[in-house]
Design a protein around this ligand. Structure first.
Ligand SMILES: C[C@H]1CC[C@H](NC(=O)Cn2ccnc2)CC1
Length: 327
């Protein structure tokens, strides 16, 4: 029965978190993403102009999955595509002897520019894996029957290294009880319903919750437009800046805490997490950690929320469930 733990290292402004993964005989830094289901990495097959500065997977240690290819586009319109190999993957001591590795032969500039990241490790449901003609399993699905318990946990932190565990829940990582809520897997995400919100300006009443996904691959917290508007109405100097594409606020502001009711329990995001980052280095205007989820179709509980809680992604029972506890 396998269990393991791996660090989640924050990048600048906690824009993403990277974890070391051994693939074949290379160690790469991957962005664990509960919002997608592809494990892809830069490779010796990637064009040098796209892969400069990145760690590369060398497929010579793997077995090519003949005729298989993949092509993914994320919510932020970043994209990658390539072909597929089976190889050994080790994450924090947990080993998948034959994991589908999606070697990139083309990536968009967002990935080329993010030189610290060598790729993504998807932890959503395998139903949304993009490999054709036959989708393959995520790392978690590949190893889940070998795990002591079919769970993984997420402990992200503001400006400090957190961790992912596989196969067990670490009681030292949270306080109080874990609140579990059911997951709807119809869209392939860890999708749940939030009961309501409060905090900030004219407190968005806690009666108006909604459908949301838990997404480690998204930096910010995307909420119903009325909730985001209500929150910032209480923040001096905050406004919706259509040129920046969202709410901005003075970097000198300490916004109010924000509360989320889930499963009848309230979880608090400290206001400081919502003064997210300067628009550009040295700017005194910052981008808000809460933004409107307009056009997405559901709310996204990204890192701004997840770094305030201990999250349990549990697929050990008859149907998947999400657990949240105070950190
Ligand atoms: C409007 C929102 C913008 C941000 C979107 N998140 C992502 O694209 C997450 N992701 C994964 C890989 N690269 C980025 C979600 C929609």
């Amino acid at each position: 029965c396998q269990t393991g733990e791996v660090a989640a290292d924050p990048q600048l402004y906690d824009q993403s978190y990277l974890s070391p993964v051994t693939i074949g005989n290379s160690e790469l830094m991957l962005d664990f993403d509960t919002g997608s289901a592809d494990l892809w990495c830069f490779s010796t097959e990637s064009p040098a102009v796209q892969s400069a500065g990145h760690g590369l997977y060398n497929p010579s240690t793997g077995t090519e999955l003949d005729g298989a290819f993949w092509d993914i586009t994320y919510g932020d319109q970043s994209a990658a595509s390539g072909n597929v190999f089976a190889d050994k993957v080790v994450v924090g001591g947990v080993t998948a002897t034959k994991q589908a590795i999606e070697a990139a032969t083309s990536v968009s500039y967002e990935f080329t520019e993010d030189v610290a990241s060598d790729g993504l490790l998807g932890l959503a449901f395998s139903s949304i894996n993009t490999i054709l003609p036959q989708p393959q399993t995520t790392f978690f699905d590949t190893v889940r029957n070998t795990l002591a318990k079919a769970v993984f946990t997420v402990d992200l932190k503001k400006g400090a290294a957190g961790s992912y565990t596989f196969g067990y829940i670490d009681s030292s990582k949270y306080s109080g009880a874990i609140t579990y809520v059911p997951v709807n897997t119809a869209n392939g995400f860890w999708q749940f319903t939030a009961d309501g919100y409060s905090g900030g300006g004219n407190n968005a009443s806690t009666g108006r919750g909604g459908v949301a996904i838990a997404d480690t691959g998204t930096s910010l917290l995307y909420l119903p437009a009325s909730v985001a508007k209500g929150y910032y109405s209480g923040v001096q100097g905050a406004s919706f800046d259509f040129r920046q594409g969202g709410y901005t606020l003075p970097c000198s502001a300490t916004p109010p805490d924000f509360n989320v009711a889930i499963g009848g329990k309230t979880f608090t995001v400290p206001g400081s997490y919502i003064n997210y980052a300067p628009l550009r280095a040295g700017s005194s205007t910052c981008f808000g950690g809460i933004q409107a989820d307009s056009g997405i179709g559901f709310s996204i509980f990204g890192d701004v929320f997840l770094k305030a809680v201990y999250a349990i992604f549990d697929d050990s029972g008859s149907s998947p469930k999400l657990g949240f506890a105070a950190q």
